[in-house]
Design a protein around this ligand. Structure first.
Ligand code: NAP
Length: 281
């Protein structure tokens, strides 16, 4: 267990863990299922109780892996899932949510996200989210892959201000959101949920990160996570199937980067100096 379970507050006031577990690519192969379930269970044991999934991952297969991992432990889990933009109509969201609840073997999703902006008017999706909330099928809703102008449009809609997070690609090698999106969200107390925080494994092999890691008796991936979690209002959701990775990710919560580390990381991965469109994986 990390010595402290670090949390931040959603706009609703509810505290959620700063570190979560991703599930993209889980549920794709039956032969890997037992390892995937064990990894998520180990993460829960270590206090990484926020789990991020989506109807898209393995066409629902990842949600089934999550169901198996959280069986008997639903109340200790903060469950995040996502609806595809192609299902974002009023009726589509209702149907998609029902299907996700069934695969997740639960009666509620804690945080339900629109996976990325699509062609259904956002006002319709927000209405559907609010209706699911009223029915108790979701507790909160949010968005993913929304750039600043899209967030502006969203909060201008009736009930649009109820958004609880924006999940975006954010890590040391993808610092674009720091230019305007992250400050915009921070001003409004909306957390950014950083996906691919180790750049799908690439940052775990980065020599500049290894140099900083050596000072902490840590790994490069742990430094990438410690850096992401040190950014104000940021939640990181690495995906890990190897048990050793899950343990290392939990231990990253205890790493305190020094000013010298931050300046070395800024030199290796410079912050943005102009607006760039939000990147997506
Ligand atoms: P990621 O978390 O940056 O990287 C996952 C890869 O890094 C895996 O290969 C994993 O290996 C490896 N890894 C994890 N911890 C490690 C460690 N301590 N040391 C070395 N390697 C480590 O990439 P991601 O899966 O793309 O992103 C995380 C989650 O964000 C996803 O799973 C998904 O839930 C979410 N996501 C959301 C969106 C969106 O559009 N909203 C897009 C992409 C991702 P093993 O698995 O072998 O342990």
């Amino acid at each position: 267990m990390p010595s402290t379970v670090r949390t931040l507050k959603l706009p609703s006031g509810e505290a959620v863990p700063l570190l979560g577990q991703g599930t993209w690519k889980m549920g794709e192969d039956r032969r890997r299922r037992a390892d995937e379930v064990s990894a998520l269970k180990l993460g829960l044991d270590l206090g990484i109780t926020l789990i991020d999934t989506a109807e898209m991952y393995a066409s629902g297969g990842a949600e089934e892996v999550v169901a198996e991992a959280i069986a008997g432990r639903r109340d200790e889990t903060f469950l995040v899932s996502k609806v595809l933009p192609s299902n974002a109509s009023r009726a589509g969201v209702e149907r998609a949510c029902e299907a996700s609840l069934k695969r997740l073997s639960t009666d509620r999703i804690d945080l339900y996200l629109l996976h990325w902006p699509g062609s259904v008017p956002l006002s319709e999706t927000v209405e559907a989210f609010e209706s699911l909330k009223a029915q108790g099928k979701i507790r909160y809703w949010g968005v993913s892959n929304f750039d600043t102008d899209e967030m502006e449009d969203l909060v201008g809609l009736p009930s649009g201000g109820n958004v609880q997070t924006n999940q975006v690609l954010y890590n040391l090698s993808r610092r674009g959101p720091e230019f305007d999106l992250a400050p915009w969200c921070a001003e409004r107390g909306i957390p950014l949920m950083a996906y691919s925080p180790v750049e799908q494994g690439a940052l775990a092999r980065n020599a500049r990160l290894e140099a900083v890691a050596a000072r902490h008796n840590a790994t490069a991936a742990q430094i990438a996570l410690a850096w992401a979690m040190a950014q104000p209002g940021v939640i990181a959701i690495p995906k890990a199937v190897r048990q050793e990775h899950v343990r290392q990710n939990a231990a990253a919560l205890d790493i305190k980067l020094a000013p010298e580390d931050f300046s070395d990381l800024d030199r290796a991965f410079p912050p943005p100096t102009r607006k760039r469109g939000l990147e997506m994986i």
